[in-house]
Design a protein. Structure first.
Length: 177
């Protein structure tokens, strides 16, 4: 039995210690926001935050995070979207959306360590792969969330309404993982 702290809650998980954290999150805890991408820690789709650092969960044994604080995309905002999530919407970052939870987690870790990141800081932190190529939108959204730009959508669209809640986000259909 593994004791893990996930999104601020201690959880007991009946999984082998060498089970990748990704599969513990998805299959044992039903936290399906963290996605499987490549399985070799190259793409960043499975990024979560462990004790403040962005980590590729597909390559980390669950036992390695025992006693540490793990945050998933589900743990970003309890009732309303974070500034980063709001900027993500304003700048229309998602295209297909598959890499987005990993991108958000990597960007969150960056902003928590470096509240006013330079372009070089962003380049070093955002090593996630996006097949849709939204990298410039990602950069603009990060700078917007950091208060470094005027929060207007790149497309010229009006900013997202204030007070966005999690109910305004897309969700996975019931039964889908």
């Amino acid at each position: 039995m593994l004791k893990l702290n996930i999104n601020g809650t201690d959880r007991n998980v009946d999984a082998a210690p060498d089970t990748p954290l990704l599969w513990v999150l998805r299959d044992h805890l039903d936290l399906t926001g963290t996605k499987y991408g490549c399985g070799v820690a190259a793409c960043g789709t499975c990024t979560v935050i462990v004790d403040g650092a962005a980590v590729r969960s597909c390559a980390v044994p669950a036992a390695a995070v025992a006693g540490k604080k793990v945050r998933t995309v589900e743990g970003l905002a309890a009732t309303s979207l974070t500034r980063l999530q709001q900027a993500w919407i304003r700048h229309q970052v998602p295209q297909c959306g598959y890499c987005q939870s990993g991108m958000l987690m990597a960007a969150t870790a960056l902003l928590e360590k470096t509240p006013q990141p330079s372009d070089d800081d962003i380049d070093r932190a955002m090593t996630n792969i996006c097949r849709c190529g939204t990298y410039q939108r990602v950069r603009r959204a990060i700078k917007d969330a950091a208060g470094m730009t005027t929060p207007v959508a790149a497309s010229g669209a009006a900013p997202a309404p204030a007070g966005l809640t999690l109910s305004t986000t897309l969700s996975t259909p019931a039964g889908a993982k």
